[in-house]
Each structure stands twice: as structure tokens, then as C-alpha cells.
Design a protein. Structure first.
Length: 354
């Protein structure tokens, strides 16, 4: 039978999040019912709530960085058991038959993956995310949270973590390699941690030195300001991989000049503005500009296992459900170190924000 759960929902674009109840689908034979413990607040939530990237589906319940425990399973579920610690990331289904899905790259499903919220599943039902108390997800899109990870600090790994882990893994971050991380926010602080754990030499790049102490503590070998022209001359032709995590336009030419032969610049931050660069800067050293988009199910699990093995979680600030509106405002100002996480137990006795 379908069932209702408390949630935070926005009635339309730019509308405030308000306490309500939503209906979760009747769990099928391959479905897992998850008691949500924590949900990370992602910058994507702001973009979709305000129709900045695409037209959203309302009422909207955001949230795609979800951790919790299995409350019930369908009759044919084999991957998870009641009581298991689990997580759900950016999507909850894909076609499973296209070449990308078969390659374990469900995030690039040719039919279009079903994102965790503000979408319609293949049966036409609206998906509601993790700003709620329970969720029902097909077992194939539910991740195992290793015992070495706390559920609260693990939640942001389901989006921010895998978004930076993927390019670091794909482009060979490791011993003898130089990685520059642009931006020290929700994605950037995890990129520093993960690149350091992979054994790379890590340089954190930010407009100011405000978070320098944090950057060095998290694993950066150097923390430099992009506002200082000397940074670009000192690092010229010295970097193998740049992971850009900021959602703003950059002087791409200046960053390309940091890359060695066959160096790669990966844009992990999302901006609606068009970037530009001079083509000869690519050809001069066979440089590559590319992008990234979260990760497939296998890579998400690999990332969680890696983070557990290296003691990596997000640096978080926990908020109650009634504080989410204020947290979103602070996130848009960059006023968080480094990720907000909602304590979903506070949906049981919701206290409206002042």
C-alpha cells in the first residue's frame, strides 16, 4: 500500500519550503523502504527550486544526498536487508539496457536517468527527494554505507563526493601527480581530502586565503590565491589535473597555462554561463578541457568504500528540518564549512522556522 510521510516541499518556483506530507509508492518486489537519517543540502537544490537550470516539477521535495537504514524490503530484494545502513544519490532508476547503463555509467543513461527529485519515473510518477522521513527506491540504486562512515558525514558523499572522486580516479590522481583543486566549498574540500588520500600532491586554489588553514588541515600541500598573479606564474606548466569546483566563470586561459603536457582541466561546478578559451593553449601541450557528472552505481560504491578506508567524510553543519530555509540562504552566500546536512529525525516533531 502507498503510505504518507512528513516532508518539506515547495509549491512552485521561488516558493518557500513548507512542512507537508507526501505519498510514497507502494513498495514493489525489488524496492527498499529507507528510514532517512540524514540528507545533505546541495547547491543543486537551490538551482532546481528556482528553475535556474531547467523547469522544475512542483510540488518539489529536494534532496539527493540521502543516508539511512533499511526499514523494509520487497519479496525479491537480495542486495539489502532490514537494518542495513544505506544511501541514495542523484538518481533512482535508469533504463538498464542502453550501452551506458550496461557499462555501469547509469548517470549517462541514453533514455535519461530518473533523478531523485523533480522528475517523473518511467511510470509517470513524480519523484520526491530526501527532505523527508522515508523514501522507496529500487534495490539496484541503493548504496551500502560502510561501517567506517558515519551516516551524517557520509550523506554529502552521495553527490559532492562522487562528483569529485570520478574525475580524480579517471584522470589518474595519485603518487607523482600534481592536482589543483579550484574552490574550497562543498565539492572542493572533499576533492582536497580525496586527492590527498590517493597520494597526489595537492594545491588548493581560491580567490582568498580565508580557508587556508582548513585547506592545509584537510590535505592540501599548498593553498594559493587566484587573486595573486604570482600564483599563475609560480604554477605554470606544473599541474597534471585541475578539478574546478566553482560555479562561476573563470579565466580559463590562465588555468590552462598551469597544465603540463597532456594535462586535464575538469569542470565539476555547474554554471549556466558560457566559458571561453583560446584553442592554441590546448594544442600547445595537448591539454584537455572536460566535465563530469556524479557517478555510476559501481563507482559510487567504490567511492564510499574508498572514503571509509581512508576516514573521509564531509565537514558538516547539521540543521533541523525547520532550519532548512535559512540554511539554503546561507549556502547561496557561501556561509557554510562545508556542507549542510538535515537531521531527518526532526521531521517527526517539526518546529517551523522563526
Amino acid at each position: 500500500m502507498p503510505f504518507t510521510v512528513p516532508a518539506l516541499a515547495a509549491a512552485g518556483p521561488d516558493a518557500p519550503l513548507e512542512f507537508t506530507t507526501i505519498e510514497r509508492r507502494d513498495p514493489g518486489p525489488h524496492d527498499v523502504v529507507i528510514d532517512i537519517a540524514y540528507t545533505g543540502i546541495c547547491h543543486t537544490d537551490i538551482a532546481l527550486l528556482h528553475n535556474r537550470w531547467m523547469e522544475g516539477i512542483f510540488p518539489m521535495v529536494p534532496g539527493h544526498e540521502i543516508t539511512g537504514t533499511v526499514a523494509a524490503t520487497g519479496a525479491d530484494v537480495t542486495r539489502h536487508r532490514v537494518g542495513d545502513r544505506v544511501g541514495v544519490g542523484c538518481y533512482v532508476d535508469s533504463c538498464r539496457t542502453c550501452e551506458n547503463c550496461l557499462a555501469g555509467e547509469e548517470q549517462h543513461c541514453r533514455k535519461g536517468e530518473v533523478i531523485t527529485y523533480s522528475a517523473r519515473d518511467y511510470e509517470g510518477r513524480i519523484t520526491y527527494g530526501g527532505y523527508s522521513r522515508r523514501i522507496v527506491v529500487d534495490e539496484n540504486y541503493v548504496l551500502r554505507i560502510p561501517d567506517g562512515l558515519a551516516l551524517d558525514t557520509a550523506a554529502p558523499l552521495l553527490c559532492a563526493g562522487v562528483t569529485v572522486y570520478g574525475p580524480l580516479r579517471r584522470w589518474g590522481a595519485g603518487p607523482g601527480r600534481s592536482v589543483a583543486v579550484v574552490g574550497m566549498g562543498g565539492l572542493g574540500h572533499l576533492a582536497v581530502k580525496i586527492a590527498h588520500a590517493m597520494g597526489a600532491r595537492v594545491t588548493a586554489l581560491s580567490r582568498s586565503l580565508t580557508n587556508r588553514e582548513d585547506g592545509l588541515r584537510l590535505g592540501a600541500d599548498a593553498y594559493l590565491s587566484t587573486s595573486d598573479p604570482a600564483t599563475f606564474s609560480d604554477l605554470a606548466y606544473d599541474v597534471d589535473l585541475i578539478v574546478n569546483t566553482v560555479s562561476a566563470r573563470l579565466d580559463i586561459d590562465a588555468f590552462l597555462g598551469l597544465l603540463r603536457l597532456d594535462g586535464v582541466m575538469v569542470n565539476a561546478g555547474v554554471t549556466a554561463e558560457a566559458d571561453s578559451f583560446h584553442g592554441p593553449l590546448l594544442g600547445a601541450a595537448r591539454r584537455i578541457i572536460t566535465s563530469t557528472k556524479n557517478g555510476g552505481v559501481r563507482q559510487c560504491q567504490e567511492m564510499l568504500d574508498f572514503c571509509a578506508a581512508h576516514g573521509i567524510g564531509a565537514d558538516i553543519e547539521t540543521v533541523a528540518a525547520g532550519q532548512v530555509g535559512g540554511a539554503l540562504e546561507r549556502l547561496e552566500r557561501g556561509d557554510v564549512r562545508y556542507r549542510f546536512v538535515i537531521d531527518a529525525s526532526t521531521f517527526d516533531h517539526p518546529v517551523p522556522s522563526a
